[in-house]
Design a binder for this molecule. Structure first.
Ligand code: ADP
Ligand code: NA
Length: 290
């Protein structure tokens, strides 16, 4: 039983700068820190740290050996991450002394996925497996359709949010994950209640308040309360939740238990600075009693 994750892999470049550069200005950065990012990579790392067998499907550019090493050190199988002749997806994040930031993103290899490569990666996939997808690569709908035909459960995390992307993939999706703001945007854009969407299960994360589970077929909905922590960095909270939830459901945990487990994992994440590196291991989550 495997979790396949078609998703972005980014090299995040954090430049510490005195201020955000003005148009035309040349500014010397004070420091550069490079980290592994991308929603796809983060979700793969979260699912792997939760204990699942995870195969990431994606692409990077030349010079990305450190990315393979990093992902493998977290337990992610990288055999279906292709090295392509385009730059690795990356973010250039200027962080000013007053905390303000300005970010430029290049999709790069994340936007160069092909249906053939995805189909080859999913060749041995079948019932009992999961395909996790987010909105930072191309070929999302194609991948969902290929997976569905094989009986693989498709979980779509609607971030970064785009209502049209959600509309396109929903008919080939078993479970939709999104946050509270995105849920409101989706209802408005599609002029439809979440309960009438063509997807069996929806999970809406509610930040510190926890998360809501919606079963559209029965019309049931319930919430798990948030875990009280002192948050220092909420980046990657949603990705931690997604990866942990997919892993927990996949290993057969009941929805109530899986939601609580994913909530605890992401609460622990927000007490730490960073993304992939800051996602907790399963043993830490199990030992965490806030
Ligand atoms: P996103 O990061 O996608 O915007 P949320 O902000 O809803 O998503 O966070 C995802 C999950 O992370 C929440 O459902 C919750 O379990 C956990 N979480 C986020 N922020 C906090 C917080 N301040 N305290 C405790 N848990 C949090
Ligand atoms: Na958040």
């Amino acid at each position: 039983m495997t979790i396949y994750c078609l998703g972005s892999v980014n090299a995040d470049h954090f430049y510490a700068v005195p201020h955000i550069p003005e148009p035309g200005e040349t500014l010397a950065a004070l420091e550069l820190t490079t980290g592994l990012g991308g929603k796809g990579a983060n979700q793969s790392v979260a699912a792997a740290k939760a204990g699942a067998q995870v195969i990431h499907i994606g692409g990077v550019g030349p010079g990305s050996e450190w990315i393979f090493e990093r992902l493998e050190s977290y337990g992610v199988d990288t055999r279906h991450i292709a090295t392509l002749d385009v730059p690795t997806g990356h973010a250039i994040i200027n962080v000013a002394e007053d905390g303000e930031n300005a970010i430029v993103i290049l999709a790069g290899a994340n936007g160069a996925q092909s249906e053939d490569r995805i189909a080859a990666a999913l060749q041995d996939a079948g019932a009992g497996d999961v395909l996790l997808i987010q909105n930072e690569t191309n070929c999302q709908v194609e991948a969902a359709r290929v997976a569905r035909e094989k009986g693989v459960e498709v979980v779509y995390s609607a971030a970064p949010f785009d209502a049209e992307a959600v509309r396109a993939i929903l008919p080939a999706t078993d479970m939709l994950l999104l946050n509270e703001v995105e849920a409101a945007q989706l209802e408005k854009a599609l002029e439809q209640s979440l309960f009438s969407l063509p997807v069996a299960r929806i999970v809406v994360t509610l930040g510190a308040k926890g998360a809501r589970w919606i079963d559209t077929r029965s019309g049931d909905s319930w919430e798990v309360a948030g875990t009280r922590v002192e948050a220092v960095d909420t980046t990657g909270a949603g990705d931690t939740f997604a990866g942990y939830l997919a892993a927990a459901l996949h290993e057969g945990m009941k929805p109530e238990e899986a939601m609580a487990f994913a909530g605890k994992a992401s609460a622990l994440k927000v007490t730490r600075h960073g993304t992939a590196n800051a996602i907790p291991m399963r043993a830490e989550v199990e030992a965490f009693s806030p």
